[in-house]
Design a protein around this ligand. Structure first.
Ligand code: ACM
Length: 608
């Protein structure tokens, strides 16, 4: 099946350095339906945007933002233009699904219809449809009707382990918008750092936001740990956080803040030790893993958390606040007379019920303030609080249980959605990662609707999220390398119906075009393995090797003699015939050099 697909593909498109055909539809995520028409619409400096509706005017501004970034000029908004126009219409009274849109391109112009989010996504599809041929920008005639499979399509970014500044966050948000991802879960606090200004508790940014050192290497590499001796940290002012919220909203992205409790709080205790279980002094740690230090369940802790959440609620308009709830070792509560007294006084069975009691109080506070609580799946232990949404990360079991109990669920299982894991099996070919292996196809092939749920129960699955934990991600370049291309696969998991997904078409035909765009936008990414197709050559009895790059217009240098491939070895140009017929094994080694001169790792494939 796979081979046939690629053979057909090769007949159609020839060699690896395929020039994208002017009428190719390479949109990611793949639209619900797209019918090609005939001809192309040419966009020039004389083309106008017509905005019908106040929301359409706003989206027109976003069109120009993205268009200008890509092509270096903007189009004028001229609402009386009758021809040579891109019409954005948020006023038409046709009922489309939430975030859905219709996009029609003819040789005369472009028409996009939907509500504000729909037209915004129509614009993103349009931007992906533009083909640049020399100086000409053309859009193939097409009729697209599109809508998402899931309402929740998210990425979580951990800024606790390493801080990423507001500009880097905006850069990620731009690509999320391009991919029609609409939830940015901002993991703002962890043991190793607190990242949000809280006016009532200034020590959170004076002390908790900084650590004096971080371990080098992987968690198990050196025993005892070796530290780098470098102070690191940072935080967002409330003004910066508000600006990010607005920036995201302009791109149809909701920002969901996470304030961790009752664990993952060592950085807080370094500043406010009275909120711990009396085992201080504390310092902001520079090593990873699950820490024993947790909040004590006393009134000053609730006062602190409610004060913090009050400021958080004022910054973030999302109806959700994420409160963490994961990885809470109960040792301190077990040995604390104070915690035990609370268990006793409230008729709780054990420390798990104490955690549930703790989160219940916070949930009541959030609900009273018009917010819904999200927690990691550990919040199921000791009993789920009434209105909580569960984020299932330890596989799908927590999500399945919560959905059966009628709770809303976001699927982010570590088996498919942990993009902090390495992207290749051989860890020597990849930068340091947290352990585990998560290749692109495993992200792509994830179906967020577990078969263990009935269709009715499946309605509780709001969607899907990839988690970017950053223990081993200290730089912007590495952050982008870990996120892309896996977030591109995530986009299709969240948007495209399972039955119309096809990994071969994704990786072999559409991903190359999108990665070329990502590269042009100055974003780092891991250059994926090419598709190597090995077929019997009927004429010669030899093997015929065809290599299809995963990045459009890239070069491939290779060897088949066992030696290292680099830019001094053979340049691939059409298929390779093995030099013998007797079935001996060879190893193909190759590198991919992209149009922007980025070089992949060396990949190898056995030819049998
Ligand atoms: C998690 O990965 N600890 C939610």
């Amino acid at each position: 099946m796979k081979k046939n697909f690629f053979l057909l593909f090769l007949i159609l498109f020839g060699s690896t350095a395929f020039a994208q055909q002017a009428d190719e539809i390479t949109i990611i995520p793949k639209p619900a339906s797209a019918e090609k028409g005939t001809g192309v619409f040419v966009i020039s400096k004389r083309t106008s945007i017509v905005a019908k509706g106040a929301d359409a005017e706003k989206v027109a501004g976003m069109f120009n933002y993205f268009f200008n970034k890509k092509y270096g000029f903007t189009l004028k908004i001229n609402n009386s233009a009758l021809t040579d126009a891109i019409v954005l219409n948020t006023m038409l009274r046709i009922k489309l699904p939430e975030e859905g849109y219709q996009l029609k391109v003819t040789s005369k112009g472009v028409n996009i219809v939907g509500d504000r989010s729909g037209v915004f996504y129509g614009v993103q599809s349009l931007l992906q449809l533009i083909h640049e041929t020399g100086a000409q920008l053309s859009v193939p005639a097409v009729n697209i009707n599109d809508q998402p499979s899931f309402a929740y399509r998210g990425i979580m970014l951990d800024v606790g382990r390493h801080f990423f500044d507001a500009n880097e966050v905006k850069k990620i948000l731009d690509v999320m918008a391009y991919l029609k991802l609409n939830k940015f879960h901002w993991h703002l606090t962890d043991d190793q750092g607190w990242r949000l200004e809280i006016k009532k508790y200034p020590k959170l940014t004076a002390i908790s936001a900084w650590r004096d050192s971080s371990i080098i290497g992987g968690y198990g590499d050196f025993s005892p740990f070796i530290y780098d001796g470098k102070k690191s940290g940072g935080f967002y002012t409330q003004e910066q956080a508000r600006e990010i919220v607005k920036y995201a909203a302009d791109r149809n992205i909701e920002v969901i803040p996470e304030i961790e409790m009752p664990g993952h709080c060592t950085a807080v205790l370094a500043a406010y030790p009275e909120l711990g279980n009396g085992t201080g002094p504390y310092k902001v740690p520079g090593y990873w893993g699950v820490h024993n230090t947790i909040y004590n369940p006393g009134e000053p802790t609730f006062k602190f958390l409610e004060d913090v959440l009050t400021e958080v609620i004022a910054i973030f308009p999302s109806k959700y606040i994420h409160i963490g709830g994961d990885e809470v070792p109960k040792d301190e509560w077990k040995s604390s007379a104070f915690a035990q007294k609370i268990i006793h006084d409230n008729n709780l069975k054990d420390e798990h019920e104490l955690q549930s009691w703790f989160i219940n109080r916070i949930e009541k506070f959030l609900n009273k303030n018009g917010k819904n609580l999200i927690g990691w799946d550990e919040i199921l232990e000791g009993g789920l609080t009434p209105n909580a949404t569960v984020m299932s990360w330890r596989g799908e079991a927590g999500g399945i249980q919560a959905a059966k109990e009628g709770h809303n669920v976001i699927m982010s299982p570590n088996s498919n959605m942990y993009i902090d894991h390495a992207q290749a099996k051989d860890s020597k070919t990849e930068p340091l990662a947290i352990g585990g292996f998560l290749p692109l196809n495993v992200v792509y092939n994830y179906n967020p609707l577990p078969a263990a749920l009935t269709p009715e129960q499946q309605k509780s699955i709001l969607g899907v999220q990839a988690n970017m934990w950053t223990e081993y991600v200290p730089t912007n370049n590495k952050l982008e390398y870990m996120i892309f291309p896996r977030a591109i696969a995530l986009a299709e998991v969240g948007w495209t119906k399972t039955e119309s997904k096809n990994y071969d078409d994704f990786v072999g035909r559409r991903l190359p075009a999108v990665l070329k765009d990502i590269e042009k936008a100055g974003i780092n990414y891991r250059i994926p393995e090419a598709n190597v197709v090995i077929a019997d050559d009927a004429q010669t009895g030899r093997k015929k090797i065809t290599i299809i790059s995963s990045v459009a217009q890239s070069k491939i240098y290779y060897t088949i003699d066992g030696h290292k491939a680099d830019n001094t070895t053979d340049l691939y140009s059409g298929s390779i015939l093995t030099p013998f017929t007797n079935g001996r094994q060879l190893t193909l080694k190759y590198i991919v050099v992209t149009p922007g001169n980025r070089t992949s790792s060396e990949f190898s494939v056995d030819i049998k």
